[in-house]
Design a protein around this ligand. Structure first.
Ligand code: C2E
Ligand code: CA
Ligand code: CA
Length: 859
């Protein structure tokens, strides 16, 4: 180095002063690599004072070999322990004749971070499957990622600088969509648009494009960023979806839907043959679609049970996972099934289970390949879409079947309901041409009582148990169904009357033991009627009617038994129809009448009241006795109307008698238990007596023990309401039911009527008299008036009077009479009464002492 080249001292001083003020850190290192200068900015970067580093070895600042690196990056460990990434540039200088290094150091930590982030973004952009294009504001490409090159076939260098829309748009690209995208860029909204683009070879690619503009500080667009994804596949899958949805909406059969699905799949994936199988709840497969598979092969799969080694589909269904057999020829699972597919050139099969929402396997979707191979990514995508569509279609079919089951089955017992039963019976009748068929109509005995007293859940339990006991008594080929309520039907094909009778007897025996409901023993029995096809009839309706009629005779015969239909019953059944129609007419047209039977006191023979009894004279059927039309009215739902009519008619008659000056103390009207189920009865009674101007004690309502069956029934409330009106209640036919005495005591009943069956033998039979005595005593102990019915002889009357029975009613005194006849009877009875009174007074006169007493009590 020559001295003239060297700056003078002044220059050096100036230079150092300048360096001191520099914003960049400057360190001067001498030729011995010791720090000779350290400016203020350097102090800041390293976080040390120059006094600490001057004359120290340059290594302490983190400089490595300054001789060889003019510019490099290195890490500064600051005095506070933090690290800074810095860039140094060193140059050799002569300072004061000594060779030194002037080192400029810049903190590039932030820059490094930014660089790393950009590198990462580049990496991400290149890794993403979506193509990324960045253009300048004139849409000239400035950046493309690897996916872009993959999708469109242009390298980044080839794309650079080209106009993006010229590069990608082509013959069929929709110019309107392009314009829309351009507007999007300007207004800053970032929605997706689908547009047809072209690759470097001119192939069409449907892409979905999201575009976004980046603006500078002044709001001018600097870059345009576009994200493009290939939706060609999506489009095809969507069209697949539309196809199936359309088919579902058109309610096409499942097999048709499956066939269409397979055909479309084979179009979009030309290298596969598709098939769909249904897997039922028993794990059996049923081919649904596979239009390109040989027919005989599909047929052979029908009913095959799924299992761990059953081809691809059977195994996939069994494990609930996709199963791939790359070589059908050698795959052990395929050995029993491989011949047909191999024969038509199918070499591999990949099957995926179709699952319902609840995870059950309900089908399989299979791809057969013509080469040994595994599915591609595209195949996987198709299958993903198809198993969902398949599940939708199969589940819909299952839901339909479930609805059909509900429509055709009785929910409670699981038996066929009326609708299905009819179909099945018709089928059975058709099938049994040439042989006999038996139809048994079954009706549970006393079912209503169980329902009323123990509640509906108990009734349901009884029905379920009944169905359960019936099933083992018949053959699997026989039919059993529930018609309604407690009515069931059994049909025995190829069955003669002898076997039908045995089956019915077996059923009666099977019901012999009671069932337990809520720790209670409940007896169970049924009455059955049997009709035989073709002997009795050949059509379902007639056979049912006949078996029903036969069932009634079984009920009449004491229940828990069976009866065959006979021609006589047919006549009876027809009669019932005729009679009920006529009765309905009679009620509507005021065709019923009331007759009145007097009730007299035992003490003095005075009139106590009358019982009103209904009579029906039909112009064609003649006089129909109440023993016939009252039960009929109960059966066909007319009894309530008869009761209400009786109340009105009896009250009207009573008012008429009172106006005529005839003294009838009380009229008793017969009501059915059904009348008491109606909460408005008391109101109707109140209104009727008021309308006729009668005092409440002029009316008595006769009820039977049937009213009392159910403790919680509304009937008790109705009874109390009636009693409150002052109207009396009389318990009819007392002694024939099973009412507990303690309960009777708490009911608002004023009178007991001893059933006429007790009268029959009281004069001759000591035990009959004992019973009658007990019944009278019950009435007395309950403080009710006791009325004896059916008193026909003077002997009976005397006995009853002796027992202390208050009132008698019967043929001895009078038969029930029409009002005019009763009026005449009443007049005669009054004359008779006074005659008897005069006689007893006369007798008293001839026998002086006690007779006056008798006369006064009889007065
Ligand atoms: P019930 O209420 O026990 O009526 C008494 C029945 O015994 C009447 O038969 C009557 O004629 C008959 N009778 C009266 N005295 C004698 C006698 O000394 N000997 C014999 N053997 N029988 C006698 P009826 O009128 O044929 O009525 C039969 C049943 O029909 C009645 O029995 C009653 O349960 C019912 N009934 C009649 N009219 C009506 C009505 O308007 N409504 C309702 N719900 N039931 C009625
Ligand atoms: Ca009565
Ligand atoms: Ca009676």
């Amino acid at each position: 180095m020559c001295a003239s080249d060297c700056p003078d001292v002044e220059t050096i001083e100036f230079l150092l002063a300048a360096l001191e003020r520099a914003s960049e850190a400057v360190v001067i290192v001498d030729s011995d690599l010791r720090v000779s200068h350290f400016n203020a900015a350097a102090e800041t970067i390293w976080g040390v004072r120059r006094s600490e580093v001057l004359d120290c070895d340059a290594d302490c600042l983190g400089f490595s070999d300054l001789r060889h690196s003019a510019s490099s990056e290195f890490t500064i460990r600051r005095s506070d322990g933090s690290r800074i990434r810095a860039q140094l540039s060193a140059s050799r200088v002569e300072i004061g004749g000594r060779s030194s290094y002037m080192v400029f150091v810049r903190d590039i930590t932030a820059e490094v971070k930014r660089r790393e982030r950009i590198a990462l973004l580049n990496l991400v952009a290149d890794k993403t499957t979506r193509a990324v294009v960045v253009t300048d504001r004139n849409l000239r490409v400035v950046y493309t990622n690897a996916a872009f090159s993959g999708m469109f076939g242009y390298t980044a260098a080839e794309a650079q600088g080209r106009q993006a829309n010229e590069l990608l748009a082509g013959r069929l690209t929709d110019r309107n969509t392009l314009a829309k995208l351009r507007r999007r860029i300007c207004d800053g909204r970032g929605d997706e648009e689908e547009i047809l683009a072209y690759d470097s070879d001119g192939n069409e690619i449907w892409v979905s494009a999201t575009v976004k503009a980046f603006r500078n500080d002044r709001g001018r667009i600097k870059y345009v960023f576009a994200l493009l994804s290939d939706v060609s596949e999506n489009k095809q899958l969507r069209s697949l979806q539309q196809l199936i949805m359309g088919a579902l909406a058109d309610e096409l059969p499942l097999t048709e839907i499956a066939d269409r699905l397979c055909r479309r799949v084979e179009v979009i994936a030309p290298d596969v043959v598709a098939s769909v199988l249904h897997v039922d709840s028993d794990g059996l497969v049923h081919p649904l679609g596979g239009p390109s598979l040989p027919d005989d092969y599909s047929r052979a799969l029908e009913g095959v049970a799924i299992g761990p080694n059953i081809g691809s589909c059977g195994s996939a269904a069994y494990y609930g996972k996709p199963v791939l057999a790359e070589d059908l020829d050698t795959d052990p699972r395929w050995q029993p099934f491989k011949t047909r597919p191999l024969a038509v050139g199918l070499k591999a099969c990949w099957s995926t289970p179709i699952k319902a929402k609840d995870g059950r396997v309900i089908g399989t979707f299979a791809f057969y390949f013509r080469e040994h191979r595994a599915p591609s990514r595209w195949h996987q995508r198709i299958v993903d879409a198809c198993v969902q569509l398949g599940a939708l279609a199969i589940e819909r079919k299952e839901a339909r079947a479930q609805i059909a089951r509900l429509a055709y089955h009785d929910m409670l017992t699981g038996l066929p309901n009326r609708t299905q039963l009819r179909q099945l019976i018709n089928q059975a009748i058709d099938d049994c041409k040439g042989s006999q068929l038996a139809l048994i109509f079954l009706d549970l005995d006393h079912f209503k009582d169980v329902n009323d007293t123990l509640g509906h859940p108990a009734g349901d339990a009884l029905l379920v148990e009944f169905a359960k006991r019936l099933r083992p008594r018949i053959q699997p080929s026989d039919l059993l169904g529930r018609l309604s309520g407690d009515e069931f039907v059994i049909v025995l094909p190829n069955c003669d009357p002898a076997r039908a009778s045995r089956v019915a007897s077996n059923i009666t025996a099977a019901l012999a033991s009671p069932i337990w409901i809520d720790n209670r023993q409940v007896p169970i029995s049924a009455s059955m009627g049997i009709s035989i096809c073709p002997d009795n009839a050949t059509d379902i309706d007639t056979l049912m009617q006949q078996a029903d009629a036969a069932m009634y005779t079984a009920k009449e015969a004491g229940r828990s038994t069976h009866r065959f239909f006979s021609a006589d019953m047919n006549r009876l059944a027809e009669q019932r129809l005729v009679f009920s129609a006529a009765l309905r007419q009679a009620i509507a047209n005021d065709g019923l009448r009331l007759v009145y039977q007097p009730q007299t006191r035992t003490v003095d023979g005075a009139l106590y009241g009358v019982e009103a009894l209904s009579r029906w004279h039909d112009p064609e059927l003649g006089e129909v006795p109440p023993s016939k039309f009252i039960p009929l009215a109960e059966e066909v739902g007319l009894i309530e109307q008869i009761g209400l009519w009786s109340i009105r008619e009896a009250c009207r008659q009573m008012a008429a008698w009172r106006r005529a000056g005839l003294d009838v103390p009380c009229v008793a009207v017969n009501l059915s238990p059904l009348n008491f189920q109606n909460a408005t009865l008391a109101a109707v009674v109140a209104e009727t007596i008021a309308a006729n101007g009668l005092p409440p004690e002029a009316l008595m309502l006769e009820i039977t023990e049937g009213v009392l069956v159910n403790e919680r029934s509304a009937a008790i409330e109705t009874m109390n309401a009636i009693r409150k009106l002052g109207v009396g209640l009389s318990l009819d036919d007392f002694g024939t039911g099973y009412s507990s005495l303690s309960r009777l005591a708490h009911l608002p009943i004023r009178e007991l009527k001893i059933d006429r069956s007790f009268m029959r033998n009281i004069e001759r039979d000591a035990s009959a008299l004992a019973i009658a005595t007990a019944v009278v005593r019950v009435g007395q102990s309950l403080k009710m008036a006791v009325v004896a019915e059916g008193v026909e002889t003077e002997g009976q009357r005397r006995l009853l009077a002796g027992l202390g029975c208050d009132v008698v009613q019967g043929y001895l005194c009078a038969r029930p009479m029409a009002p005019e006849a009763f009026e005449r009877w009443l007049v005669e009875h009054a004359i008779e009464q006074s005659r008897a009174m005069r006689k007893s007074v006369d007798e008293a006169r001839s026998q002086p002492k006690p007779s006056l007493l008798v006369a006064s009590t009889g007065g």
